[in-house]
Design a protein around this ligand. Sequence first.
Ligand code: UDP
Length: 382
Amino acid sequence: MFDYIIVGSGFSGSVMAERIAKVLNKKVLIIEKRNHIGGNCYDYKDVNNITVHKYGPHLFHTDYKEVFDYLSNFTDWQPYHHRVLAFIDGKKVPIPFNLNTLFEVFPKSLAEKLERKLIDKYSYNLKVPILELLKEEDKDLKFLSNYVYDKIFKNYTAKQWGLKPENIDPQVTARVPICITKDNRYFTDKYQAIPNEGYTKIFERMLNHPKIKIMLKTDFKEVIDIDYANKKIYFMGQEFKGKLIFTGMIDEIFDFKYGYLPYRSLELRFETIEKEFYQEVTVVNYPNDYDFTRITEFKHIHPIMTNKTTILKEYPKSYQPNIDIPYYPVFTKENQELYNKYREEAGKFDNLILLGRLAEYRYYDMDDVIKRALEVFEERIR
Ligand code: UDP
């Protein structure tokens, strides 16, 4: 019998499995419904021999040394600083919107005036969320904030979330603040790098342990039953006394009893282009044009010499339960309240641990998930 059962093999599930097996030498079963490990970080070499990210671009960045050190047990790294351009009024300009962008979109004299005002008001090196900048009363800064809101955030957020920026949790748009710097990088974290052989190799190495067994192509509901009334968990018909670590959707484990939690989904369309390169950088955002939000060109992440290139267009869409992939929890007060009801339910079980973007209904990045899993291992397992 297993000591732990883990549902899901993304970073939450895989970090937990690796720690339990390596540190505690206990037996772990991972149940994964897909035909591969790695969750949405899964990458593979496509028909063009280019490493692509099956579930959309994943660029690792963190300020947490412990997370970078932990992952470094499973990979070597290639330094990589992610750059994104946004297609605005026929021109590709750096985002996050920064002082360089100012000079790209406005005449020099206006850009200089706005630059001076931004530095006076906020000081160099500061990052200001758009919803904060919109509160500006100075006439020039107000003009600037309205411009950035209209050109960068309004339509992109409408496509991505089906909502106005002011109607989602402010943390979402604050992920891409206005930067009072001349640094064109998308992230400013201390550690930014690409795993040399991709993410899937990291997962393979984490899970390659005699105490870890993996059941692919298995929906947890095929092997796990939950007795909600008595707060008991059954595995293949027998009561399971070990701990269940669940990294799927929290509403699903409770059979959607309080209703479906909303998620946002994506349709991902890969295309081969018969050119050496399609665009200047890995990601170009299209806030105001087309139905997709962005185009990723994977060759910029793992360079190889070919005359072809693979690009990915992301078309956001609403999430239909049991059909679509739930990529993003939708952060609103109402949804958080629904989540809290499920969370309370989960708290009544002694041997159930919920972990990760779906189970905690949080917009975690890869490093947040790894940090959280390492903490939960220390606090609740070890
Ligand atoms: N965002 C935007 N315009 C952009 C980039 C981002 O409006 O050009 C907003 C949008 O609401 C988006 C959020 O900022 O969902 C977070 O963007 P991020 O690039 O972090 O999204 P992710 O890579 O996680 O999809």
